[in-house]
Design a protein around this ligand. Structure first.
Ligand code: 13P
Length: 220
């Protein structure tokens, strides 16, 4: 079971308050060093496919590794929605990060319009078609309509999507989208839900710890 906290563009909690927790944190770039120094398994939120070059605003895998960072998120829906991330750039980032020795959590998921048009499986198939299994690749199913909205996929919806994803690509699949202490148990109990990618609730130490404790309880 993998629990990861995506702090997005929030400063986030004091990393020392999370010391010893069996979880991944993905803080903004400016807090990576603090998280590494606090002994946390630390991921970036994005990584470029070149080792260096004229790519203003980007960061490379060797630079992250030099800091002691373990992995990176790739293809989060907010990157796809607001910053022009495409399936092709997701593939480039993922491959380069894995080749360089980073772990990757690659994010997939449909929008509300796509779900309502019955296109969820087509979207997932398209997003996954550019990825290949790798021992250090984990996927996150994050239905866009459930991110930051308070709406959560039901455990059954998550299970269905995860089983479909695993039928296409052999990798652990985390669920993301309004995971909170009070809904984590139902989601994490599903056989094909291998963990959670937590946004808002990861900014609150008590909430994040409670989700980690739920995961530990379900695993044992
Ligand atoms: P929320 O948990 O705030 O809905 O965010 C989910 C997410 O996008 C994690 O990457």
């Amino acid at each position: 079971m993998i629990i990861a906290g995506n702090w997005k563009m929030f400063r986030g909690p004091d990393p020392h308050a999370l010391a010893g927790l069996d979880a991944i944190v993905a803080p903004p770039f400016t807090r990576l060093r603090d998280c590494v120094d606090a002994g946390l398994t630390t991921y970036a939120q994005n990584v470029h496919w070149e080792a260096d070059g004229a790519y203003t605003g980007e960061i490379s895998a060797p630079m992250l590794l030099e800091l002691g960072v373990t992995g990176s998120l790739v293809g989060h829906s907010e990157r796809r929605l607001y910053f022009g991330e495409t399936d092709e750039t997701v593939a480039l980032r993922t491959r380069a990060a894995l080749d360089a020795g980073l772990r990757v959590i690659a994010c997939v998921g449909e929008t509300l319009a796509e779900r309502e048009a019955n296109e969820t499986e087509d979207v997932l198939r398209r997003q996954l078609s550019v990825l290949e299994p790798h021992p250090h690749l984990v996927l996150a199913y994050e239905p866009v309509w459930a991110i930051g909205t308070g709406l959560t996929a039901t455990p059954e919806m998550a299970q269905d999507a995860h089983a479909f994803i695993k039928s296409l690509l052999d990798a652990p699949v985390l669920y993301g989208g309004s995971v909170k202490p009070d809904n984590a148990a139902g989601l994490l109990a599903q056989p094909d839900v291998d963990g959670a990618l937590v946004g808002g609730a990861s900014l609150d130490v008590d909430s994040f710890k409670a989700i980690c404790q739920t995961a530990a309880r379900i695993r044992s």
